[in-house]
Ligand binder design. Sequence first.
Ligand SMILES: O=C(O)CCC(=O)C(=O)O
Length: 274
Amino acid sequence: MSDWPSLQSEYPLASEAVEAFGRDGHVCLPGVASAAEVAAYRPSIHEAAKSLANRADIPLEKRGTYGKAFLQYANLWARNEVVKRFSLAERFGHIAAELMGVDGVRIYHDQGLFKEAGGGFTPWHQDQYYWPLDTDNTVTMWMPLLDISVEMGMLTFASGSHTQGYLGTLPISDESERVFQDYVKAKGFTINRADAMAAGDATFHRGWTLHCAPGNQSDRMRDVMTIIYFADGCRTTEPINDNQRHDLATWLPGVSPRELAASPISPVVWKRGS
Ligand SMILES: O=C(O)CCC(=O)C(=O)O
């Protein structure tokens, strides 16, 4: 394992970035991993993804909106020791903790989200609709593994929308796109995204922040690694939809509603003072 960069060194997180995250519900941080660090881990992320079933064999035009948006590979860290080193990296977990203002974070799961060349848009949605957690202290790190432009499917946010909390039973779909697009307009939220991101730059967004992404108009795969964190010490809730029931069983196995959200596959990634 010593052949791979350790990803333990601290990221110099500016107080302005923490403020922006609190205000907007998202922030884009440059150089969370260096180009060399990403280059070292990217092949293992792809290797782990290859071991999982996906819809790549189904032509894009035969898939629905969700299926066109990305190839989705969850919990890659549990399949590959190198990816484990990446997804459980202290540096990333520490940033998540500082942004949320908590003393410790657990990983909920990681996900490779690969938007294929010609792949469709990601509809507006809220991530936390899927999560049976009793806290809004949740954050997703979204890190491209190659340099990307807007045209490749840049993550796009409605700034300040996290303050609205739960906005309804709207999984990622044509309906969530329509309803939330209208909602964002009606509320006058500013829509923000980076013009370009280098491999290893990362956005962080809260679980309730409305976000979406355009389709990939380039001829290259937009491979992105995401890691979801939640505040250590929070509890699970009674699932309020089938997606939450699935998530509870899958990402917090053996944990019942209202128990401490902690399982062998949701270890503490970073804790103050340890
Ligand atoms: O990568 C995308 O297109 C969407 C990502 C997303 O919704 C997320 O990471 O929460």
